[in-house]
Design a binder for this molecule. Structure first.
Ligand SMILES: CC(C)(COP(=O)(O)OP(=O)(O)OC[C@H]1O[C@@H](n2cnc3c(N)ncnc32)[C@H](O)[C@@H]1OP(=O)(O)O)[C@@H](O)C(=O)NCCC(=O)NCCS
Length: 323
């Protein structure tokens, strides 16, 4: 045996340098849906908390939306495309899995030959991707990374099925991650419960998603508070330190249940972007955060606790400082 493997030195920590989002142009209200299916604004608002959502048009493809959100995150970060050497695109709504869209998103943003790939961890995709990107920077595999969560769930939803059509929506959110002497992103706490792999699925031979809503609701409200507590403990902070709580926007009642159980301080701002955006899966966490920053409810330097969860069933959470 000859030679020995050497490891490169990574950064002490990673931090988010910029966030960006893209919301499709078309707003779809509950009343509009009630014209084509047996549902009502009252049912949707009281059971799920959604008032309206955005549905992408033909000219708002996954790549288009990812590039739009990624471009805004890059501009906000102050980096140039040439500074980025890793692109991770989280999505669960690619209609054709080959090729993945990561390389094309990078190319369209002018990022020269980065490591680029897609990641499918359902609605937990953005938080998984953020964990991978932050760890890549810490180990020296990347200097700066672009992470995108993008979905066109309307492509994989039966828009006449009231059990899913009123919930799922489209959009994109992105973050640019760079090195930091003082860590700005805490350790990711991730996991999966594969025994419930078919609770949210596109069954073989079908092109649209089904969801065992009550089973997922029970799982989300009973199993995931512990993950949020672990994510805070891993980062060395507690509920009183959290300025912004932005869990996956799947159901407003789940957001409220988690918020009650965690016992945050008075000042903690809770993301309720589901009201305007519906469930945008891997895009929901960055969409919710950018909305709070744009409205001024969240501020640069705030400490955020996030959690993604969904198909798989997968979950991932972490604490980070907002750019
Ligand atoms: C999907 C979800 C909103 C459904 O709410 P729910 O309170 O569980 O509702 P149910 O599925 O039990 O349905 C209750 C009734 O409302 C009806 N219903 C379902 N969708 C409806 C709609 N859009 N409008 C009106 N009625 C509807 C059902 O047919 C059912 O009628 P029945 O009692 O006559 O059989 C809820 O279960 C949920 O949010 N689950 C978690 C989803 C999630 O977290 N996903 C994670 C990642 S994607």
């Amino acid at each position: 045996m000859t030679g020995s493997i050497t490891l490169q030195q990574g950064a002490a920590g990673a931090r988010i340098l910029g966030l960006g989002a893209y919301r499709p142009r078309r707003r779809v209200t509950n009343d509009e849906l009630a014209q084509t299916m047996e549902t009502s604004d009252e049912w949707i608002q009281s059971r799920v908390g959604i008032a309206e959502r955005r549905w992408a048009s033909e000219d708002e493809s996954l790549v288009d939306m990812a590039v739009a959100a990624g471009g805004k995150a890059l501009a906000a970060s102050g980096l140039t495309p040439g500074d980025v050497d890793l692109v991770v695109v989280a999505s669960a709504s690619l209609r054709a899995p080959i090729p993945g869209i990561g390389p094309q998103v990078a190319y369209k943003l002018g990022i020269p030959r980065p490591g680029a790939f897609d990641l499918n961890a359902g609605c937990a995709g953005f938080c998984y991707a953020l964990g991978v990107a932050a760890d890549s920077i810490r180990t020296g595999s990347a200097r700066n990374a672009l992470v995108v969560g993008v979905e066109r769930l309307t492509d994989v939803t039966d828009l006449t099925d009231r059990s899913t059509a009123v919930i799922f929506a489209d959009g994109a959110g992105a973050a640019v991650i760079g090195a930091a002497d003082e860590p700005g992103i805490g350790p990711v706490v991730w996991g999966s419960d594969g025994d419930q792999h078919n609770a949210i699925e596109i069954a073989a031979g079908s092109s649209t998603m089904t969801m065992a809503g009550q089973a997922v609701y029970r799982w989300a409200t009973t199993k995931l508070t512990a993950t949020l507590e672990e994510a805070m403990a891993a980062a060395g902070v507690g509920p009183a330190d959290i300025d912004v709580f932005a869990p996956h926007q799947a159901n407003l009642r789940i957001v409220e249940s988690m918020t009650r159980r965690l016992g945050f301080g008075e000042r903690t701002v809770v993301a309720r972007d589901i009201v305007q955006s519906g469930n945008t899966s891997a895009a929901s966490v960055p969409l919710a955060l950018t909305a709070l920053l744009e409205s001024g409810e969240a501020r640069s330097g705030d400490l955020a606790l996030v959690l993604g969860y969904g198909a798989g069933l997968t979950f991932a959470g972490q604490v980070f400082r907002l750019p």
